[in-house]
Design a protein around this ligand. Structure first.
Ligand code: KG4
Ligand code: ZN
Length: 401
């Protein structure tokens, strides 16, 4: 089955074509193209995403982005079996662009369309794995079609990836259920128990800011730019504990609470006070910035790992996965992997190019939805969606998993 994925829930205009096969027993994905237009340059000066500017940029870029994804996949629109589009949650002005473009395509092509929950898309980014052969051949082909690149993680810049017929990246899953998923993005921090395809139970979430939001807001306080996560990680890597002549200690909010919830807004405020304090002591930015960045990154990591392990102990999942933009964080990946190892369960983190928002994960979720393994599309995810399914497709900014 060839699936066109479209994602515009936030500040990335993304489209991808994947080949999906194997059913629920042996799901297998080949990403034929994965194109993304990042709006970071537009929102950077505001230190966060401006919804109306995001919507305008999506309008401008959606057609060339989808066109590029089709061209790069070498798949003709006639061969597309399904269109999968993010219908929520997210910024409504952004969602509407992708949803309406996808609906128009579905109408024009007379193809079925499925609305995908963005969070479910992030979950399925873990099913998009590199095969050994493609990994060895070092495939990182850049776009040759004039599609701008975006920053995805620490030191990594990749947005348009092309895999030709000989160069398909093959991905497969060995993920066992029940699985525990830690969603960590700019808008969400959730611990989700996944009993089977399409069966999710949220057992913990943030009471205020998301983990990615905390990275972004503290980066802003430190003057490190947007998006904050990769900037904090790079700055933290500069930190040398040896020459530190001042004390740095930030709280680990709710680390000892009985539940599985999170709270990050207090941490952001603590960073603000600490920054002001150290500035008043006439410490130079160059000295204090790496130290604060390292400590805030560690505080976020400590809380995320501690809560995840608490669920592991109490629920005994067979696999643990992380997903969402913050899952690109190298230190988190390393530490989480080490801490989970003694429990003898598998730990999965998405390929770096699928951690931040992308359309391949939406297409993968579309596959599970189409074959009856997803709850995310609500009424529209019934098996074998019909060509006139575009009529019922709606964006929903507050869509629940
Ligand atoms: O999943 P995503 O692309 O968008 C949402 O659905 O929100 O996540 C974006 C978030 C941003 O807050 C960004 O700062 C964070 O992911 N992020 C990181 C890293 N790369 C991106 N946070 C920590 N370390 C990173 N390397
Ligand atoms: Zn996301």
């Amino acid at each position: 089955m060839y699936i066109l994925g479209i994602e515009t829930s936030c500040d990335d205009t993304a489209a991808a074509v994947i080949k999906a096969e194997g059913g629920l027993k042996r799901p297998h994905f080949s990403v034929l193209s994965n194109v993304s237009y990042s709006q970071v340059a537009i929102h950077k000066k505001f230190g966060g995403i401006v919804p109306n500017l995001a919507s305008r940029a999506h309008l401008e870029k959606i057609a060339p982005t989808v066109k590029a994804a089709l061209l790069m996949s070498d798949i003709n629109s006639d061969d597309i079996d399904l269109i999968a589009v993010t219908r929520g949650p997210g910024l409504l002005p952004s969602l509407l662009v992708g949803v309406n473009f996808a609906r128009a395509l579905a109408y024009k092509w007379q193809k079925p369309i499925i609305g995908i929950n963005h969070i479910e898309g992030h979950i399925y980014s873990n099913w998009l794995k590199e095969s050994r052969s493609s990994f060895q051949s070092g495939l990182r082909a850049r776009s040759g079609h004039g599609v701008p690149r975006s920053g995805t993680s620490e030191g990594e810049s990749l947005s348009a990836t092309r895999w030709g017929a000989r160069e398909k990246r093959e991905r497969m899953s060995k993920i066992l259920f029940p699985a525990l998923i830690l969603i960590i993005s700019g808008g969400h921090t959730e611990l989700i128990l996944m009993k089977d395809y399409g069966k999710y139970k949220i057992i913990g979430e943030t009471l205020d800011d998301a983990a990615g939001e905390c990275f972004d807001k503290t980066a802003r306080i430190l003057g490190l730019g947007f998006p904050g996560g990769p900037a904090i990680a790079v700055e933290a890597a500069e930190f040398k504990i040896k020459n530190l002549k001042f004390k740095i200690s930030l709280p680990r909010p709710m680390i000892n609470s009985e539940d599985y919830n999170f709270s990050f807004s207090g941490l952001k405020t603590a960073v603000l006070y600490l920054h002001n304090d150290l500035t008043a002591q006439n410490l130079s930015r160059e000295v204090m910035r790496p130290a604060i960045a390292a400590e805030v990154q560690q505080a976020i990591i400590d809380v995320l790992i501690s809560k995840t392990l608490k669920v592991v102990k109490n629920y005994n999942p067979k696999s643990v996965m992380i997903a969402g933009g913050v899952s690109a964080n190298k230190k988190l990946r390393e530490e989480m992997s080490k801490k989970i190892a003694p429990y003898k369960i598998s730990f999965f983190a998405p390929e770096l190019s699928y951690t931040t928002d992308n359309a391949s994960m939406i297409a993968a979720a579309g596959y599970f939805s189409a074959i009856g393994g997803s709850a995310s599309g609500g009424n529209y995810s019934a098996k074998k969606p019909k060509p006139d399914s575009w009529k019922k497709m709606e964006a929903n900014a507050n869509l629940k998993l």
